[in-house]
Ligand binder design. Structure first.
Ligand code: FMN
Length: 422
């Protein structure tokens, strides 16, 4: 069993005993900004390829508090801390110079980091041949999250990156593009190639394009400056060790694509309007809605390392269904567990007042990075389908790990909780 997961469990006592203070003077920056010497390509939302990119983590709302404005995005993020950054290679795509880019949400622009020479590319680091189209690379600037969540932050970096892949999946669905996730990439070599400091590391890659199996690319030579993406970085050894220990994984190919039967206009609205619900009215969901949600979130996710995730649903308020603990079409236990679900989510009302509170559980410690990112992707699908069907969702990263597992009678790792409802 990977040490990191149990080391970062919440319990009733740990939450109360931990002397945790927020060091507001050291709040990390939310945006990484490359020097202005790099060319910017502003994203024009009327251009279909630009819009495709904009919807992957782009800003869709602003929220202001005294002294602080948060830019809210197509992806949710634990604590609105947004550790995930996006780099991409674009090749043979009309309107773009072949190159390595950074997708800058604050500037709403692509930043050209390096024009590609003939047949040069990142492909070798991904163990693929020449790709025409887009290759996305997702990294986490972990201190943005560990500043608040300390050791547990590695989990949130993985969830958040999963959500970001979820925004990519949604944008691909709108643009009729197919995609494939690669977790088995040369992460540490890429970290060095992109000039990262210890605070930033790659977690995954997504191909959106055609691979030409006959052409091997030349190694990419990048000379990028170090750019400080947090401003106040402090090392977290447990997070760095967890990353280090989980970079290797075994391959379990999933080639099937999801088949989403969605109205494009409504999907587009859902992507733009997606927000985390802050409070439920406690009105019930309908059984048909619940079943549509389950069908949507259990569609295949194409990747080179597919991990089984068990989906438990605590049915609190669904018209036409008994209350109880439901797993893959079967009731594990019947009864009203709403209050218990709220307690398990660190006494958050969201868990109690929802229509359904989900717990995602996995058991594949050897593929930890792929597993927790997949939980984030499923979480993102939950957000989107809820918005699409006219209700709401919230991710819940804080829960009493061992008590949840005991309640579910599971010996797996509890990876993520989410609540949906009206
Ligand atoms: C991994 C993850 C964990 C989260 N955990 C919680 C939580 O425990 N409680 C909560 O109220 N919101 C939680 N959220 C929701 C975030 O607070 C929310 O996404 C963020 O404030 C941005 O707002 P938005 O989703 O409306 O854009 C979580 C989100 C994510 C992605």
């Amino acid at each position: 069993m990977l040490a990191y997961h149990p080391q970062t469990m919440h319990s009733y006592l740990s939450v109360r005993n931990r002397s945790h203070f927020m060091d507001w003077d050291h709040q990390p920056k939310q945006f990484k900004i490359y020097p202005q010497t790099f060319v910017r390509i502003p994203l024009d939302k009327k251009n279909p390829e630009h819009r495709f990119l904009y919807l992957i983590g782009g800003i869709t709302a602003q929220k202001s508090y005294p002294g602080m404005t948060y830019a809210l995005r197509t992806n949710p993020s634990a604590g609105a801390l947004y550790p995930t950054e996006i780099y991409l290679q674009i090749r043979d795509t009309k309107g773009f110079v072949n190159g390595i880019y950074f997708l800058s949400p604050q500037e709403s622009a692509l930043v050209l980091l390096h024009p590609l020479e003939e047949e040069e590319g990142v492909e070798n680091f991904l163990h693929v041949k020449r790709v025409s189209g887009f290759i996305f690379l997702f990294s986490a600037l972990y201190y943005r999250s560990s500043w608040k969540y300390r050791d547990r932050a590695f989990r949130y970096c993985l969830h958040d990156t999963g959500h970001m892949i979820g925004t990519l999946e949604a944008s691909c669905t709108l643009s009729d593009k197919s995609y494939r996730i690669l977790y088995g990439i040369e992460k540490k070599a890429l970290n060095a190639l992109f000039g990262f400091g210890a605070e930033e590391f790659f977690l995954s890659s997504v191909l959106v394009g055609e691979e030409d199996k006959n052409v091997t690319c030349k190694a990419l030579s990048l000379q990028l400056p170090y750019v400080d993406g947090t401003g106040t970085f402090e090392t977290n050894e447990r997070v760095e060790k967890a990353y280090d220990e989980t970079c290797e994984l075994s391959r379990k190919l999933q080639v099937a694509m999801p088949t989403f039967d969605l109205d494009k206009e409504r999907l587009q609205q859902a992507i733009w309007k997606r927000r985390s619900i802050r409070e439920f009215t406690q009105k019930s969901l309908l059984k048909e809605e619940f079943l549509e949600v389950i069908d949507f979130i259990t569609q295949p996710i194409p990747s080179d390392c597919d991990v089984d995730i068990e989906i438990y649903a605590i049915i609190n308020r669904v018209e036409g269904m008994w209350q109880g603990v439901w797993k893959e079409g079967v009731y594990v236990e019947s009864g009203n567990f709403a209050r218990k679900a709220g307690y398990l989510c660190l006494e958050q009302a969201l868990g109690e007042e929802s229509g359904v509170t989900f717990f995602l559980v996995g058991n594949d410690a050897l593929n930890y990075q792929a597993m927790v990112q997949k939980a984030g992707i499923i979480g993102h699908r939950l957000y989107l389908i809820s918005e699409y069907l006219g209700f709401g969702c919230s991710g819940i990263g804080a829960y009493y790990d061992e008590e949840v597992a005991a309640f579910l009678k599971s010996d797996g790792m509890v990876l993520y909780a989410l609540a949906i409802g009206r």
